[in-house]
Design a protein around this ligand. Structure first.
Ligand SMILES: [Zn+2]
Length: 232
């Protein structure tokens, strides 16, 4: 196991489940916070599939009033030309998302992914891509694999933001995934609940205060419709 893979060893589980959307959760603050998500693709996810998943994940967080800035980092399977390595900086608004082929060995029943909410910088998470693909194949008429991958990433990033591996009875943070939840994913009915949106922003406010105290350098957000080295 390489050092890169070890960065994503974690605790926490992911199960995808749906719930009725809450329009009250569609929060749009005047100045939405922007998170940078560094993606390490160790699972051979195609660029097209990953682009769709990132777009969908951005849409979900956008509905909660949070912007995502995606950064592509080097992978063990070969990097696209110009890809930049992940920056291991002390920035509470930077998260690392590993797309991996199997769960970390010391974890049991990790479901679709994991989040390091109690170790390291508490900003690393991962999604076990084959498990996402397996579920999608089992119910091909419910949701596409990029949609399920999107929700998996959203679920784990939310764990990191909230600083908890706890699950909720319904919604994105609910444990367990059934065909009806997959259908909700396909219909974009799976969003953050109002109380979860409030919790996300409360936690992000706390991170903003930490940032002010530490004075860490921020990774600049990409502008819509533009690209730069390391961003895709
Ligand atoms: Zn979870």
């Amino acid at each position: 196991m390489t050092a890169t893979t070890l960065r994503f060893l974690a605790i926490g589980t992911l199960y995808i489940v749906a719930a009725a959307p809450s329009t009250a959760a569609d929060r749009k603050p005047t100045t939405p916070p922007t998170l940078t998500v560094q993606v390490v693709n160790l699972a051979g996810v195609t660029a097209t599939e990953l682009d769709k998943a990132k777009s969908e994940a951005s849409w979900i967080f956008g509905k909660a009033g949070v912007n995502l800035n995606w950064v592509h980092c080097g992978s063990e399977n070969g990097d696209p030309a110009g890809a930049a390595p992940c920056q291991d900086i002390d920035d509470p608004f930077v998260f690392s998302m590993g797309l991996v082929t199997k769960s970390p060995e010391f974890l049991r029943d990790t479901g679709f992914g994991f989040a390091m909410v109690y170790s390291g910088q508490r900003n690393h998470a991962g999604v076990v891509y084959p498990k996402v693909a397996e579920l999608t194949r089992a119910y091909p008429f419910h949701a596409s694999i990029d949609q399920v991958l999107a929700y998996a990433m959203v679920h784990e990033i939310a764990h990191l933001i909230l600083g908890s591996t706890a699950h909720r009875p319904t919604g994105i943070m609910r444990a367990g995934c059934r065909p009806e939840e997959l259908k909700a994913v396909s219909q974009r009915r799976l969003r953050f609940r109002s109380d979860e949106v409030e919790a996300l922003h409360r936690k992000l406010t706390e991170r903003s205060r930490r940032l002010e105290l530490t004075g860490a350098a921020r990774i600049p957000a990409s502008k819509p419709g533009t690209s730069s080295p390391g961003l895709y």
